[in-house]
Design a protein around this ligand. Structure first.
Ligand code: FAD
Length: 284
């Protein structure tokens, strides 16, 4: 963990672009509330294949203006052309956006690829070639391996390609086993990877939904945790209370050992994230 201890902790909150006006109004309130915690940045997801292109842009600009916090759009390249990515980059530059989360993305089932980028390292390289050092570029990391990777070492080498292409820092897929993160950092250090790798934290709101989603994205729910949550049945209050303890304790372990901050997948909800924050005594 030596490499990570050198970086001052940075905190960030991720949102998705709301589909409705009511959702957008609710997100404004949540962003204003979370802005009081003084995160380094907010980020806003991007639907694969560009499906939320306008909404991501609108949400990023809105929450940046309203909450006064730096906001980073996610940008996924699967099925995109160089021309369309170039246009998006130009718009963000014009609006003073300085940070991006650069991803490959996943195509919705049934949609054909057919774009000009295959992997996120190609997108990072393209952003650097088009815009130089204008953007701070975040990329994704997978302590438990990306689900399509043939094995851990291959995935790690592919992660390194993104850094060699110009990524400044990384945010991990969520996980509930802190050792997976520590093991990943040790493996990165052996490959001389030295950028901040911030753990992605998924608060537990709805466990059955989380379990389904985790199977698809390759995040492991430890057996002890699954068993614990299952015994609460439909009792959402107990699931959330127990989830709060589990996630608080995970964050404590990560920060104690030197993780360079936390990135919260808020799912556009603030209650549980605020409770974790309070438990961790992070101020201000
Ligand atoms: P890559 O880094 O390209 O890796 C994808 C797979 O290809 C891996 O198995 C890797 O080992 C392999 N690979 C990579 N490079 C090469 C290469 N050069 N040669 C051979 N194999 C290679 N998805 C969205 O659609 N929108 C979002 O907003 C979004 N935000 C996310 C934010 C975070 C922090 C994280 C962790 C994930 C997010 N995702 C998002 C999900 C992400 O798009 C998927 O996990 C996707 O499957 C991989 O994206 P990537 O950028 O990690 O891909």
């Amino acid at each position: 963990m030596q490499s990570q201890k050198a970086y001052p902790p940075a905190y960030s909150f991720e949102f998705f672009p709301p589909k409705t006006d009511a959702g957008m109004i609710k997100l404004h309130r949540i962003a204003e509330e979370l802005a009081t915690l003084k995160p380094r940045f907010f980020s806003v997801t991007f639907g694969a294949g560009g499906s939320t292109r306008e909404k991501t842009m609108e949400t990023v600009l809105d929450i940046k203006r309203l909450a006064g916090i730096d906001a980073a759009p996610h940008l996924s390249c699967v099925s995109s052309t160089r021309e369309s990515i170039s246009e998006i980059l130009e718009t963000y530059q014009q609006h003073g956006i300085k940070r991006l989360v650069a991803l490959r993305g996943d195509l919705p089932s049934g949609m054909m690829a057919g774009g000009e980028f295959r992997y996120a390292n190609e997108l990072v390289e393209f952003i650097r070639s088009e815009t130089g050092d204008h953007f701070t570029i975040e990329v994704a990391a997978y302590p438990e391996s990306h689900p399509q990777a043939p094995h851990f070492e291959a995935d790690l080498k592919n992660f390194k390609r993104k850094i060699e292409a110009g990524a400044n820092s990384a945010i991990t897929q969520y996980f509930y086993n802190a050792d997976a993160y520590f093991h990943f950092i040790d493996a990165c250090e052996k490959l001389r990877i030295d950028i901040p790798i911030v753990p992605g934290i998924m608060p537990i709101n709805n466990f059955s939904q989380l379990a389904r989603f985790s199977d698809a994205c390759g995040a492991e729910i430890p057996r002890w945790m699954r068993k614990q949550m299952e015994c609460y049945g439909d009792d959402q209050a107990s699931i959330q209370a127990s989830g709060l303890d589990v996630v608080t304790s995970l964050c404590e372990k990560l920060l104690e050992r030197g993780a360079p901050g936390l990135h919260f997948y808020t799912m556009n909800k603030s209650e549980i994230v605020s409770a974790i924050w309070k438990n961790l005594n992070l101020g201000p």
